[in-house]
Design a protein around this ligand. Sequence first.
Ligand SMILES: Cc1cc2nc3c(=O)[nH]c(=O)nc-3n(C[C@H](O)[C@H](O)[C@H](O)COP(=O)(O)OP(=O)(O)OC[C@H]3O[C@@H](n4cnc5c(N)ncnc54)[C@H](O)[C@@H]3O)c2cc1C
Ligand SMILES: NC(=O)c1ccc[n+]([C@@H]2O[C@H](COP(=O)([O-])OP(=O)(O)OC[C@H]3O[C@@H](n4cnc5c(N)ncnc54)[C@H](O)[C@@H]3O)[C@@H](O)[C@H]2O)c1
Length: 545
Amino acid sequence: MSKKHKGDETSNINDDKKDIEVSNQSSGSAPSVASSEASRESENQIDSGEDHLFHPSLISPLDNDRIRINSGFTRDSERIKRDKHDFEYDAVVIGAGPAGEAAAMKLAKSGKKVVVVDPRNQVGGNSAHVGTIPSKALRQSVFNLINYRRDPLFSQGLDYYQVPLNKVLTNARKVIRTQVDTHTRFYERNQIELRHGWASFEDKHTLHIELGDGTGYETITFNKAIITVGSRPYRPDLLDFDHPRVFDSDKILQMDYVVKKIIIYGAGVIGCEYASIFTGLGYKVDLINNHDGLLSYLDKEISDALAHDFRQFGVLVRHNEEIEKLETHDDYVVLHLKSGKRIKSDAILWCNGRSGNTESLNLEAVGLKANNRGQLKVDDTYRTEVDNIYAAGDVIGWPSLASAAYDQGRCAAAFMVGDKDAEPVSSVPTGIYTIPEISSIGKTEQELTDEKVPYEVGQAFFKHLARAQIIGERSGVLKILFHRETLEILGIHCYGNHASEIIHIGQAVMKLHGTLEYFVNTTFNYPTMAEAYRVAALNGLNRVF
Ligand SMILES: Cc1cc2nc3c(=O)[nH]c(=O)nc-3n(C[C@H](O)[C@H](O)[C@H](O)COP(=O)(O)OP(=O)(O)OC[C@H]3O[C@@H](n4cnc5c(N)ncnc54)[C@H](O)[C@@H]3O)c2cc1C
Ligand SMILES: NC(=O)c1ccc[n+]([C@@H]2O[C@H](COP(=O)([O-])OP(=O)(O)OC[C@H]3O[C@@H](n4cnc5c(N)ncnc54)[C@H](O)[C@@H]3O)[C@@H](O)[C@H]2O)c1
């Protein structure tokens, strides 16, 4: 039986004071159960009256109007149970992001009694609330602004220049709400129970849940568990993230003032995507990179094209630099680099890596240990070193993408229920939403050269495509790398808007073991961006002798 402890003295929670304090409010750290005047104050400010599921620290920073979930989740005691065991649940899923959702759906569809635990009272995980969805919706709004600005028809009548970021996020809020609604229905329809609270292990079959409404805790027992707790921005001690001018990728969504210049520290995917967003908003950007090139795992030409376009848009990229310290003032910051350089700006966005949300799970109780980035090791079936505990998504490290997290979660659940034909996720496309986009799959020219594979390249420049000219896409290229003897497709790399969509045509052909001839012998709609494949394939074939 599940044990629920409301106002229990042993629970360490003072019911009257409702005093849970969450250290990283947005994407991950568990509450330290300590009294805090500050948190009581903020709770009073956003007082929710009768609403017991409300906790200010657990809502999305983007949500003004919280979505109500009328929980129709039924406890279906009649559910078919294939496993014979004495536990309340066949499976518990810890974390309701893409990995958790996919795992829960697969488990439920396999007839398992499933419960999902998450401290947010809205599903979607960090992906929907602070990661993929807000950043992509924000990018779209900025992209629209750039296009309006270029179009003489609109440029006179719009007062958009230098709008605070949180205002540009209006569309993102709408998208998040719709996403939460849609995904909530998936849970409801599949009769998956949801618990709002922080989970931690008591032993390998018992979970402790610190209830999100602050009323105490409960314990539940389970046969199998999957850890899908995701990740949060890595915060080095060197920086004070409580300072109003110091941001990470969660906190930036709350930026409510306009800046003229911002430092982005870290030129990984998040840093590059935000560099595009900020320049689109008219900010000056200093992008500080620890490495000697941008996104070094990309095709070199594409990485160079991005660096070129960044320069055109006013991003100053500084390679091979490392922070020494950050000086903070009321209205500006000064970044001191180890090279001796000093950069002054209105604010800094720190985007140098993420850490898995494992520290609050009490992993010692089950004999598990995370690495120094909070990540767990799993085998090819997503099983951890403990036989009934699995893990998927950002918490296992590579590739730390929502796209892969979803597939990993579904696949892990397939292994949990004993599906024989499940296959672990191995080939994942890159989709980087800079302006313009970047997307790729398969090998790069550098890799093929190192491996001494006899390859050839076929290229199509967007500026030569009728559709690109019609929609005003001047820059962009599609590159197909193929084996010069077998014509097997070895890699596809695309730079330009809609790249993240365009890539999937080539991916399908690669996956189905088609060759370059597919693109030459297939009639494409005209005018389309997809036509780039035919143009690139013919260009490549002309090089083969
Ligand atoms: C700014 C940004 C942009 C991104 N853009 C993209 C993109 O364009 N495309 C892409 O594919 N990926 C993108 N990503 C990555 C993507 O968001 C992650 O890979 C994805 O969210 C991982 O999903 P997940 O299910 O592993 O975990 P998450 O989405 O992190 O969800 C984990 C959930 O677990 C909960 N949790 C944590 N601890 C506990 C606990 N103790 N008990 C119970 N629940 C707990 C959390 O509250 C959270 O709701 C982006 C990330 C960021 C930060
Ligand atoms: N469009 C997309 O697919 C998209 C967009 C944004 C973010 N993301 C995902 O989010 C993740 C984070 O992106 P990012 O740009 O912050 O970082 P990143 O993974 O590109 O890494 C940036 C730098 O931080 C370092 N680092 C990473 N974790 C660290 C830690 N815990 N401690 C110290 N250093 C650490 C890395 O070695 C690297 O030098 C990526 O894995 C990325 O796949 C994807």
